[in-house]
Design a protein around this ligand. Structure first.
Ligand SMILES: Cc1cc2nc3c(=O)[nH]c(=O)nc-3n(C[C@H](O)[C@H](O)[C@H](O)COP(=O)(O)OP(=O)(O)OC[C@H]3O[C@@H](n4cnc5c(N)ncnc54)[C@H](O)[C@@H]3O)c2cc1C
Length: 465
């Protein structure tokens, strides 16, 4: 919590997944660096995003495996889930990581790491001014500013919702008991992941998605498979859900739909959209431009419209993941050292951590066709994979999307057992710009999910219809 100087070479506003690592690299190059971070070390990912949700996902997976044991000849009677203990396990993991990193940065001899909100406040001479408190002395200056302030969830504009004690991804993670009936507003990645976890913890979960399908960024048939997998587990998935209003009721919460029907729940989780944390940064005082949705405009090296000011992570709209933010830091560090890395060649990749998960890279089938490529597609059902049968996890589909003219894989979806890992072999092939036909001669390990990639590749054919 020490400001070692008043004037720095670089000031980082926001300690997300890029800022602290950038600070360390610039410090190692001899720069004077300050990081201002509002809230606990680690930003969204560590505190209320990726890691805590995956810790609880592991507990939910264990619950499912215990209940399902008889299928494997393992009989477990009277399975109960103690949500408080699952949350304790999650907290122990997160607290340990957070404490170690906090100690490192707060006690750093040269990096100034300050737990405070910061905002830009114009210029002092040639330097940018950053305010981190109300006092006259709470201003530091630097010729270079790096913004890494992330994004936050926002509730949809549903009448009545603001008067309801609703849950978000932050408060849900600390519940000590599973609500008997949990309504989830939002059928995208976060809503589906959290809905499945709490269903496995014992809640009756209803997912309300206003669009016509969940996980709507995916090919329609894959969205449908995801919904079917969750329905098979007992989740009630309602698409085209037109919510008229939400009210607190004696029982808990009542959702009223536009057709007059209602749905009662004990708690409601809102997981329906995020906005960038760019609105209270004083961007106007230094002329940094944003787009209509508030994301900071940057070039391929994350330089904003103002010289010397960079934006990395979710706030630049070039990714919405920890891995994209972390890679932003690598690219910017390289660029500032005179290297030639840029974000221009980044291939989109991510996973939805339902269980089984969906791993994705590059284009969907629909997008590849829309781009006019000479596309062939290979689909392979998980029920036909040896490893999926051995493990008894047979839901899902593996899809390769190939540009036949270029002999290049342009996209893949692996929804099924280990999909989050298997897709990475395909992502690497795309990253090194290797030929798709290499999948045919590659030697995979038996018996794994990935061993079927050569078979899947050979099964490709033209897109029908
Ligand atoms: C429930 C959930 C699950 C997720 N799961 C995954 C996953 O499995 N995999 C994955 O890759 N991504 C996941 N994400 C997304 C991931 O968490 C984010 O993409 C990632 O954390 C973004 O990092 P960032 O660097 O942009 O900033 P963040 O991690 O959002 O951190 C920004 C920090 O800046 C602080 N800040 C904001 N304004 C200021 C200011 N003015 N001054 C000082 N500090 C400020 C904020 O308080 C915050 O702590 C998940 C997100 C959620 C919500």
């Amino acid at each position: 919590m020490t400001l070692h100087h008043r004037t720095f070479d670089t000031v980082v506003i926001g300690g997300g997944q890029a800022g602290p690592s950038l600070a360390s690299k610039l410090d190692a190059r001899g720069e004077k660096v300050a990081v201002f971070q509002e809230g606990p070390f680690g930003g969204t990912c560590l505190n209320d995003g990726c890691r805590p949700t995956k810790a609880l996902r592991a507990s939910a997976h264990a619950a499912r495996a215990a209940r399902d044991g008889a299928r494997y000849g393992v009989h477990v009677d009277g399975v109960t889930v103690n949500v408080a203990e699952a949350v304790e396990r999650k907290d122990a993991l997160i607290d340990g990581w957070r404490q170690g990193a906090t100690d490192y940065y707060e006690n750093h001899e040269t990096i100034s790491y300050v737990t405070a909100r910061a905002r830009l406040e114009g210029k002092q001479g040639d330097l940018y001014a950053v305010r981190c408190g109300d006092g006259a002395d709470d201003v530091v200056t630097a010729p270079r500013i790096i913004i890494n302030t992330g994004a936050r969830s926002v509730p949809p504009a549903v009448p009545g919702l603001d008067a309801v004690d609703y849950l978000d991804h932050h408060t849900l993670l600390d519940l000590k008991e599973a609500p008997a009936r949990l309504i989830v507003i939002g059928g995208s990645y976060i809503g589906l992941e959290l809905g499945q976890i709490w269903a496995r913890f014992g809640s009756h979960v209803t997912i309300l998605e206003h669009g016509q399908r969940v996980a709507s960024r995916e090919d329609a048939d894959i969205s449908e498979m995801v919904a079917d997998m969750l329905r098979d587990e007992g989740l009630d998935i309602r698409t085209g859900a037109a919510i008229a209003r939400v009210d607190q009721s004696d029982a808990g919460v009542t959702v009223t739909f536009e057709d007059g029907t209602t749905l009662e729940g004990d708690r409601v989780l809102v997981a329906a959209g995020r906005v960038p944390n760019s609105d209270d940064l004083g961007l106007d005082t230094v002329g940094v431009a944003t787009n209509k949705r508030g994301y900071i405009d940057t070039d391929e090296h994350f330089l904003t419209s103002t010289p010397g000011i960079y934006a990395v992570g979710d706030v630049n709209g070039r990714g919405a993941f920890t891995h994209t933010s972390y890679q932003d830091h690598e690219i910017l560090a390289d660029h500032l050292a005179g290297g030639d890395r840029s974000v221009a060649r980044r291939i989109s990749t991510y996973a939805m951590f339902t269980d089984p998960p969906l791993g994705r890279v590059g284009l969907t089938k629909a997008d590849a066709v829309a781009q006019g490529l000479n596309v062939s597609v290979a689909d392979y059902q998980f029920k036909d994979l040896t490893r999926a049968a051995l493990d008894g996890v047979t839901a899902g589909l593996m899809r390769l999307v190939i540009d036949e003219d270029a002999d290049r894989l342009v996209g893949a979806a692996v929804f099924g057992l280990a999909g989050d890992e298997v897709v990475q072999a395909l992502s690497l092939l795309m990253h090194v710009d290797g030929p798709a036909s290499a999948l045919e001669t590659w030697l995979p390990i038996h018996p794994t999910v990935a061993e079927f990639l050569p078979t899947v590749y050979r099964a490709r054919g033209p897109v029908e219809g």
